[in-house]
Write a protein that binds this ligand. Structure first.
Ligand code: PHE
Length: 343
């Protein structure tokens, strides 16, 4: 019993000095461990007569001291937790970071403006895949495998049959084929890709808006060169409203239109007097167009003698550059807030 009392006293003394996990652990080993003081009492068992009461007494002592131990352990854990919480505290009264709403990129805004002009004229929007087949991008447009005009569009091929579309005219072929012998009036906006060295006026990725009108010849309206010129003049006057820019139609060649034209607009930089931007011509080319080639209608399943149509492909970047007097196409893609903010 004296021994019990000694252990109890010793424990009390020591536990009062415990103030961290390390000393708590040491205390645990010293008293409750395999070679600890309490376990040590067991070794006396052989000299004791009333083994049952002795065992009971050891157990009671163990429970008593363990209870004190648990209280202290809990206290220490609480102190540590509070310290940690204090360290991790955040000041919820600090002002948050403001998210400034971004402005719509001027390229996209220009595309939407162009679309609106045509929607007002009764066009519907059609879209198509950016990864296009050689068939829809070229063959269905009267450009068979070895056609030299393929060189006009340096192409990113994925394999022999798949490519990144070089123009939105592939949507023309798709829409024609899906609607053979029906009247059509659509625009097709989208990104297109060509292998090109990027500079102030060239980008390997750019945007086009394709237009396509097909009408049965029996109707009392038509969709030929005259209507094409009227349509494009209306478009140019609307998109450049208020600016004194001249629209010029120039004879050109595309395998999928006959006759073909290219449309130029007065260079907004030099107002037509000639500068580096327009390569001293005074004009910037903004779109290609023409009367749909009979072969294109035929390949799509149209009766090429009964239908007539025109198509055009507008370069959206060129329009944006001209309209807003931007000197480098790359500004449209770099996404510099200082640039975007201006529009
Ligand atoms: N697809 C032609 C180009 O990207 C433009 C075009 C479209 C020409 C429709 C004629 C008719 O260069």
């Amino acid at each position: 019993m004296k021994k019990f009392e000694e252990i109890r006293e010793q424990f009390k003394l020591k536990i009062n000095n415990v103030n961290n996990h390390q000393s708590l652990k040491e205390l645990k080993v010293e008293f409750f461990g395999k070679k600890g003081l309490i376990t040590g009492l067991m070794s006396e068992m052989k000299n004791i007569e009333d083994k049952k009461s002795y065992g009971q007494a050891i157990n009671d002592l163990k429970c008593e001291l363990m209870a004190q131990y648990n209280i202290v352990e809990q206290e220490i854990n609480e102190v540590l937790l509070n310290e940690q919480l204090k360290k991790d505290a955040i000041d919820v009264t600090l002002p948050g970071r403001k998210n400034k709403p971004a402005k719509q990129n001027i390229l996209l805004k220009t595309a939407r403006e162009i679309e609106m002009i045509f929607i007002e004229m009764g066009y519907e929007i059609a879209i198509g895949p950016e990864v296009e087949t050689d068939f829809y991008n070229f063959e269905a447009l009267n450009l068979d495998k070895n056609h030299p005009a393929r060189d006009m569009q340096d192409t990113f091929y994925i394999n022999e049959h798949l490519l990144l579309r070089t123009h939105t005219s592939g949507i023309q072929s798709r829409t024609l084929q899906a609607n053979a012998n029906k009247d059509l009036k659509i625009i097709c906006p989208g990104k297109v890709y060509r292998r090109d060295d990027d500079d102030a006026t060239h980008s390997h990725q750019f945007m086009q808006i394709e237009g396509l009108v097909v009408i049965n010849k029996k109707q009392n309206i038509s969709a030929s060169m005259r209507e094409l010129k009227t349509t494009l003049s209306i478009f140019a006057n609307k998109i450049f409203a208020g600016e004194d820019l001249e629209v010029r139609f120039r004879q050109s060649f595309f395998p999928f239109t006959e006759p073909s034209v290219e449309v130029d607009i007065t260079c907004s930089r030099c107002k037509g007097s000639g500068c580096n931007f327009c390569k001293q011509t005074g004009f910037i080319e903004v779109l290609g167009a023409g009367v749909i080639h009979k072969n294109v209608l035929k390949i799509a399943g149209y009766d090429e003698d009964e239908y007539v149509g025109f198509a055009f492909g507008i370069g959206v970047e060129r329009i944006a550059l001209l309209k807003h007097n931007i000197d480098d196409i790359r500004h449209l893609y770099i996404n510099d807030e200082r640039f975007n903010k201006q529009f």
